[in-house]
Write a protein that binds this ligand. Sequence first.
Ligand SMILES: [Zn+2]
Length: 166
Amino acid sequence: MTLAVAGSEAATTAAVGQPLSFDQAILFAEFEGDDGALSEMRWTAEYPHDQLIHRVPRLRMDRANAAKCAEVTAQLEADGIRVVASDGDFVSLHRLIDAAAAAGVRPELDPEAHAAACPGHAVYVKVFPWADEATITPVCTTQNAHQPLSSYGHGTDEYAVPTTGE
Ligand SMILES: [Zn+2]
């Protein structure tokens, strides 16, 4: 471990103007290459030592979840399913519908039918904190081909009761 810390750029350049304890250096070395985690650890290291120790379990979980996400994404893509990034332009299928707002019956979009019929079909993969499994949400990247489920615009309330028109 000593050699790993000594060879870790993250550990040796972690904090400017303040020496790291050996325990802290080990933690920084563990997150070598993970810039997001390292920058969070840098400012956490400004506070008393315990803060860093307490933050690390969550950073480990974030890293494990990101790895799980990448694994599930790779599997889906190998199966020919398009996967969108979290900052992509997409809307959950739960928030879309094909019938016009005035229609009396507005069945939800069926993910399988949507996958076959809509070129905008994709899925969004997320591992929520403390969850064991990835959540795979069917989405549409061409939402203008459909109608928002809510009549109040962009489906801000996915549990909105579909309006039947007065
Ligand atoms: Zn669609």
